[in-house]
Design a protein around this ligand. Structure first.
Ligand code: HEM
Length: 147
C-alpha cells in the first residue's frame, strides 16, 4: 500500500499536520513561555496571542480538511485504479478536482499566515522594547544573587 501511496498528497497531509502539530506547536509554546518571563506583564497582549494560536491551528486544520486529505485520497484512488505515474502526471495534477482542491488550500494557508504568523511575529518583534531588566529577572530567579 505504501508503494502506491508514498509521495502522494496523503504524505503531504500526514507530514504537514504532524510536523506543525507536534514540533511547530512545541516551538511556539517554548517561544511564548520564554517571552512571558522576559516581557513586562503590562505589555503582554493575551488577545493577540490567543488570536494567533487559534488562527494557526484552525488554518492548519482547514488546509488538511479542504485540500490535503481529500486531494490525497483522490490521488491515491487514481494511482490504484489508473497507475502509479498517472496519479503524478501533469494531466491529473493540473486539472479537475485535484487542481480545484489545491486552490482551496489558499483558504487555510491565509488563515494560518495572516491570522497566525503575522500577528505573532508583530507581537514578538514589537515587545523588544518592553523587556524586563536583566537585574530584576536575576533577582527573581535567584535570591542569592541579590547579595
Ligand atoms: C511526531 C510525529 C510524526 C511526525 C513529525 C511525522 C512526520 C512525517 C514526515 C515528514 C513524513 C514524510 C517523509 C517523506 O516522505 O519524506 C512521514 C511519513 C510517514 N509517516 Fe510520519 N510522522 C509522525 C508520526 C507518525 C506515526 C505515529 C506514524 C504511524 C503510526 C507515521 C507513519 C508514517 C508513514 C507510514 C509515512 C510514510 C508515508 C508515505 O510513504 O507516504 N508517522 N512522517
Amino acid at each position: 500500500m505504501n508503494y502506491f501511496e508514498h509521495g502522494t498528497y496523503l504524505t503531504v497531509n500526514h507530514a504537514c499536520a504532524a510536523l506543525m502539530g507536534v514540533y511547530g506547536n512545541i516551538s511556539l509554546a517554548a517561544l511564548l513561555f520564554a517571552s512571558r518571563l522576559m516581557i513586562k506583564e503590562e505589555h503582554w497582549n493575551k488577545k493577540v496571542v490567543n488570536f494567533s494560536f487559534w488562527s494557526i491551528n484552525i488554518g492548519l486544520m482547514l488546509m488538511v480538511v479542504l485540500d490535503l486529505f481529500p486531494a490525497g485520497s483522490i490521488q491515491f484512488k487514481a494511482v490504484v485504479e489508473q497507475g502509479l505515474w498517472y496519479g503524478r502526471s501533469h494531466e491529473f495534477v493540473d486539472y479537475g478536482i485535484f487542481n480545484k482542491l489545491t486552490w482551496m488550500r489558499g483558504i487555510g494557508a491565509s488563515v494560518f499566515f495572516f491570522g497566525g504568523v503575522v500577528p505573532l511575529t508583530w507581537f514578538i518583534v514589537t515587545r523588544l522594547r518592553s523587556l524586563k531588566s536583566t537585574v530584576n529577572t536575576i533577582d527573581k530567579m535567584d535570591p542569592f544573587l541579590k547579595k
